[in-house]
Design a protein around this ligand. Sequence first.
Ligand code: F6P
Length: 356
Amino acid sequence: MATRVGILTGGGDCPGLNAVIRAAVYRGKNEYNMEFVGIRYGWKGLLEKDTIPLNIDDVRDTIAIGGTMLRTSRTNPTKTEKYIKTAIKNFRDLELDYLIAIGGEDTLGAAFKLWKIDNDFRVVGVPKTIDNDLWGTDVTFGFDTAINLAVEAIDHLHTTARSHNRVMVVELMGRHAGWITLEAGIGGGADIILIPEVPFDIEKDLCEPLRKLKAEGREYAIVAVSEGAKLKVDEDRDGSLIIQEVDRDEFGHVRLGGIAKALAEQIEDRVGWESRFVVLGHLQRGGPPSAFDRVLSTRYGIAAADAVAEGLSGVMIALKGSVVEPIEMTEEIKNIKKLPEEYRRMAKLFSPKTGK
Ligand code: F6P
């Protein structure tokens, strides 16, 4: 009998999800004669048995399309005992042999937990997030598309900032890791880069360098700030995150946002330099995947189908150097991958030294 494989996408969407699904279905059907079931809206679809068949015709023309053809949600199937029981029961009722779960630390953390509870709930994880902050893999797909869009946006900000002699503050996604802000800030030639990993002093790390730039005759400046960057209150204390919405989703996340606006106001008040802000927001998550993401996603999809064919479970596909391979998931899947020291230092390199 053909192996029956469910596929779901959970958490925030990102470019490349369809490319993973497409490659897994091609590989699974053509090489291993597998049968695929699309589970809609992430874990919500498993809890509600909301499924569609997935055949080659359904996935063929999707490589260039962003988002997810299976749709997504932030439903947490391990939130209650009842959810856990329903998820495991529905896996059986749908006669699934395997589940390919494509997601970030929440989705893969839930997949790992369900598999730990019941080893017949066989899972292969595929790491996704524009934030690039997932444990175990060098890169997640979606990140490259996001930073390319952000770099292009910052390029555009340079010309308008120069024309108006302004500071432009651009806010980037990434929650508690600064990968997008750092790489887009470096690639876009930002003067000041503020990341969650390094809480900043508003005078020392923002206003003083801007005063210095102004005094040196610079006509404009670009500040790249992560939505999750925090002020340093004193040596031992960080300020709080700026949030748009206090309500938490099922995985406990608040909605971040608003720091660029707050900083632009502070720059005008303290430095006396006209400032504007831009929040790139969900533009970073939408649109067609970059060439790099299309190929990486395809490699992940192929490796996921191969892992199923090999009978592996409790694994996730990871990029290690230039090799795509399955690795065992552990409790660490829930820990986010922060910027290493080399990158943190790079964030400061292009900001003028003030001697303070
Ligand atoms: O994790 C991906 C991400 O885009 C984060 O960078 C961001 O903070 C969050 O999702 C936004 O989530 P939502 O789409 O629910 O507003």
